[in-house]
Design a protein around this ligand. Structure first.
Ligand code: MV4
Length: 446
C-alpha cells in the first residue's frame, strides 16, 4: 500500500479522501491555493503545500505545481477527486511519467471515454445498448439528413468533446437540421477546439440513471447498483438517490451484468460510472465518467462499501477480493446538494458562515468542509455540504431527510436548503414520479 498520498483537490471531496487515507494508515498531503489557506482540507492533512493564487487555472489546475508538490513531499500517489484534473488524460499520463501512481483509470481509458464518439463506439462494441444515431461523427449535411431520415425526428446533435450538455442542439425537422449542425459544431469548436459532432435520436422524457462500477487490475469487475440523477437544473445535479424508484431487481441485475461484461472487455480498471438515459423500460448509454463522482455516497450507503478506499486499493494493484455475489444492497439513500446560492435564482452567494451546526443521528451523513467562521471563497463551485440520508426503505429515508434538513444551522448564508425542503414535500417527488425535465418545471413554476 502507498505510504503517502497527495490529494489534488479541495472542499468536501478533499476531506472525503483524506479521511479514507487516514483510516488506511496512509500519510496525506494537501495542496491549496492562497484563497484556501484557512480551508478545512489543509487542517486535516498531515502536510500542506501552497500551489498558487486563487484562480483554479493557477492552482488546482496547475499541473506543474501539483507535480512539484508531489515530488518535494515524497508522495507516492495522487488522488484527483472530481472536477479539476480528474478527467484530464494528459495529467494522468504526466503523473505516471513522473513516477507517481494516478489514483484512477489509465490515461488511455480516460482519453477513450473523454471523446463521446470513441466512448460510444467502444461500449457499443462491448455490448452496451446505445442511443440510435450516426455511426461516428457526421461529415456533412447530406450524411446527417440520411441518418436522421432513418432514425426519425426529432434528433439531437451532440459534440464529440461535449458532455454536461454543452454544444447540444435539437432538430425537429429536416429543415431545422442543417442549421442545428452548424450551430452545434461552431459552439463545440469555440468551447472545446473540436467541432466534431454526432447525431442521436432525441429521447423526450428519459430518466438519468447511472451504474457505478468498480474494477481491479486483475480482471475482476463488480457493479454497485445504480443512482437516479434525473433531478438536475441546467445540467447541475440537485438531488440523487439509490436505488432508482424506476427500477426493479431484475432490471438492475440485467443492466449491471451487461455493464460489468463491457468493462471487462474494454479492460477498464478503477471506479467508473456508466451513464444511461432510461425511457419506456429501455436503457441507452450516453457517456462514461472515469472519476469518483460527487454523488458516490448514496452508493456507499446502500452497499456498505468505502468507494475511495476501494479505488486506492485497486490503484495499488490489490485484487478486489470479493465478487458480485458478495455485494448486498440494503435500504435507500438520498443525497441533497447544499449550495451557497440563492434558492430561487441560484446565483452564487459566497461569504462568511456564521453559527454552524450540521444534522446528525441515525442514518445521517454530512460530507462538508464548512465550519463556523469559514469564508466560502468566490473562486470555486458553490457546493458547501452534502446531506446523505439512509433508511431501510424510501419512505423511511424521506422522513429522515425531512428531519435532517430541519436541523441544519448555516447562519448568515443563503443556501439551497429551502429548495430541498420544498422538493421533498412535492407529491411527484414523493412518488418517485419524475424525469430529467421535471425539476426545471418545478423551480420555474413555484
Ligand atoms: C440526450 C437527451 C435526449 N436524447 N440524448 C444532456 C447532457 C449529456 N450528458 C446528455 N444529455 C442529454 N442527452 C438523447 N439522445 C437529453 C439529455 C439531457 C439530459 C440528460 C441527463 C440529465 C439531464 C438532462 C437535461 C437535458 C437534456
Amino acid at each position: 500500500m502507498f505510504e503517502k498520498v497527495l490529494v489534488a483537490n479541495r472542499g468536501e471531496i478533499a476531506l472525503r479522501i483524506l479521511r479514507a487515507c487516514r483510516e488506511m494508515g496512509i500519510q496525506t498531503v494537501a495542496v491549496h491555493s492562497t484563497a484556501d489557506e484557512d480551508a478545512m482540507h489543509v487542517r486535516l492533512a498531515d502536510e500542506s503545500i501552497c500551489i498558487g493564487p486563487p484562480a483554479a487555472k493557477d492552482s488546482y489546475l496547475n499541473i506543474q505545481a501539483i507535480l512539484t508538490a508531489a515530488t518535494i513531499s515524497n508522495s507516492e500517489a495522487i488522488h484527483p477527486g472530481y472536477g479539476f484534473l480528474s478527467e484530464n488524460a494528459d495529467f494522468a499520463g504526466m503523473v505516471v511519467e513522473h513516477g507517481f501512481t494516478f489514483i484512477g483509470p489509465s490515461p488511455e481509458h480516460i482519453r477513450l471515454m473523454g471523446d463521446k464518439i470513441t466512448a460510444k463506439d467502444a461500449v457499443a462494441k462491448a455490448g452496451i445498448p446505445v442511443v440510435p444515431g450516426s455511426d461516428g461523427p457526421v461529415k456533412d449535411e447530406k450524411e446527417a439528413l440520411k441518418v436522421a431520415d432513418t432514425i426519425g425526428y426529432p434528433v439531437l446533435i451532440k459534440a464529440a468533446a461535449g458532455g454536461g450538455g454543452r454544444g447540444m442542439k435539437v432538430a425537429n425537422t429536416a429543415e431545422e437540421l442543417p442549421n442545428a449542425i452548424r450551430m452545434a459544431s461552431a459552439e463545440a469548436e469555440s468551447a472545446f477546439g473540436n467541432g466534431e459532432v454526432y447525431l442521436e435520436k432525441y429521447l423526450d422524457h428519459p430518466r438519468h440513471i447511472e451504474i457505478q462500477i468498480l474494477a481491479d487490475m486483475h480482471g475482476n469487475v463488480v457493479h454497485l447498483g445504480e443512482r437516479d440523477c434525473s433531478l438536475q437544473r441546467r445540467h447541475q445535479k440537485i438531488l440523487e438517490e439509490a436505488p432508482s424508484p424506476a427500477l426493479n431487481h431484475n432490471q438492475r441485475d440485467e443492466i449491471g451484468r451487461i455493464a460489468c461484461a463491457a468493462i471487462k472487455k474494454i479492460g477498464y480498471h478503477n471506479v467508473g460510472t456508466i451513464e444511461f438515459l432510461y425511457e419506456d423500460g429501455n436503457f441507452y448509454f450516453i457517456e462514461m465518467n472515469t472519476r469518483l463522482q460527487v454523488e458516490h455516497p448514496v452508493t456507499e450507503m446502500i452497499c456498505g462499501l468505502d468507494l475511495v478506499r476501494e479505488m486506492i486499493r485497486v490503484s495499488a494493484g490489490t485484487p478486489l477480493g470479493y465478487t458480485q455475489d458478495d455485494i448486498k444492497f440494503s435500504g435507500h439513500a438520498i443525497e441533497c446538494r447544499i449550495n451557497a446560492e440563492n434558492p430561487e435564482t441560484f446565483a452564487p452567494r459566497p461569504g462568511r458562515v456564521g453559527d454552524y451546526h450540521a444534522p446528525g443521528g441515525l442514518g445521517v451523513r454530512v460530507d462538508s468542509a464548512l465550519y463556523s467562521g469559514y469564508k466560502v471563497p468566490p473562486h470555486y463551485d458553490s457546493l458547501i455540504s452534502k446531506l446523505i440520508v439512509h433508511g431501510s426503505n424510501r419512505n423511511e429515508c424521506l422522513m429522515r431527510l425531512r428531519r435532517a434538513l430541519g436541523e441544519y444551522v448555516i447562519d448568515e448564508m443563503e443556501t439551497t436548503i429551502p429548495l430541498h425542503q420544498r422538493l421533498i414535500a412535492n407529491p411527484d417527488f414523493v412518488n418517485g414520479d419524475y424525469d430529467i425535465h421535471w425539476l426545471e418545471k418545478f423551480v420555474n413554476k413555484e
